[in-house]
Write a new protein. Structure first.
Length: 326
């Protein structure tokens, strides 16, 4: 059966972070859009009441369903994937494919399960079949972009992600995916521009700006001309604080910027003349940056919930504190 394309007006989950760290294919697969429940399914009403259930609780609750159905098994499959029960998920998927061989939702589920279990080429074939059936939908393009990314086909991944982001800004995952691919290809400036193109109205605006700050500075050599990026990153951190970024994340981001600046100053790079510029309230010299890092780590220590973490943060603050007579 092939429901109308509106049935694929899926709900995107939180986008996977954009950054130099390796991509977790399983978590990213589960962050792909989730197809809407077919209202004609006999369990549609029952499943609507379980939307907020944790995966473990959900599996127990599914036994009380009024009837067996495709939507019931699809929900079970997703719960098992979220719990990491790949073998059990495979059994559920095999049963679904036997009972509903023509249902596009089962093909989509095959793609998700394949990505989660590392069968990336099978996932790409599954999502390509969905794309053929619904060529105008952004969700299959987003999924194909992810498949191309994990397969190392960066040009193809960028093309899919860019197409989705340009045509449907509601799919912020496409912007994060495009930025990841641009970073992997060495296009740091392009990745920053992509992340900063996420509009302020988006619920992922703050995450995108935080990722943009990190994209500017992470894995940079202190010998590079970093002054412009350091200043831009500091301005972004200040803007995020005014925007309402919580104190802990603000201080952690501050330590990243000041830490990069300290490495850069200690490298003797041009433009690091003492006292010439300030950064997040700290003078852009070794002494000023050390005091700034000490201050931020002490704030983080006060905000820490666990005693062990508090002690570690205080020790970091002490390590950065410059030598003084008092």
């Amino acid at each position: 059966t092939a429901p109308p394309p509106a049935a694929l007006a899926a709900v995107p989950a939180a986008p996977a972070a954009a950054g130099p760290a390796g991509l977790d294919a399983r978590d990213t697969a589960l962050a792909l859009p989730v197809p809407l429940v077919d209202p004609a399914d006999p369990n549609a009403g029952f499943l609507a009441g379980l939307l907020a259930s944790a995966p473990g609780d959900l599996l127990g609750a599914l036994g009380a369903a009024p009837a067996d159905s495709a939507e019931l098994r699809l929900r079970e499959l997703r719960a098992r994937l979220e719990l990491g029960e790949l073998a059990a998920a495979g059994g559920t998927l095999t049963e679904l494919e036997a009972r509903h061989p023509d249902d596009w939702r089962v093909v989509w589920a095959r793609g998700i399960a394949s990505l989660a279990s590392g069968e990336d080429e099978i996932a790409a074939l599954s999502f390509d079949a969905i794309y053929d059936a619904f060529p105008g939908e952004p969700a299959p393009k987003l999924a194909l972009g992810l498949c191309a990314e994990v397969l190392g086909q960066l040009d193809n991944a960028a093309e899919y992600y860019r197409l989705v982001w340009m045509t449907d800004p509601g799919f912020v995952s496409a912007a994060f995916g495009l930025a990841r691919v641009q970073l992997a290809a060495g296009d740091r400036a392009g990745a920053v521009l992509t992340l900063e193109s996420v509009p302020e109205a988006s619920i992922h605006y703050t995450a995108a700006r935080v990722a943009a700050v990190r994209a500017r500075l992470r894995d940079r050599s202190p010998q590079e001309p970093l002054l412009a990026d350091l200043a831009a990153a500091a301005g972004q951190v200040e803007a995020l604080r005014r925007f309402g970024l919580d104190p802990e994340r603000h201080e952690r981001l501050t330590t990243e910027v000041l830490g990069s600046a300290l490495d850069w100053v200690l490298s003797g790079s041009r433009g690091s003349d003492p006292g010439s510029t300030s950064l997040l309230g700290s003078q852009l010299d070794e002494r000023g940056l050390r005091f700034g890092l000490e201050r931020s780590y002490r704030v983080l220590a006060r905000l820490a919930q666990r005693g062990e973490e508090r002690i570690e943060l205080v020790e970091r603050a002490n390590r950065f504190r410059p030598r003084t007579w008092v």
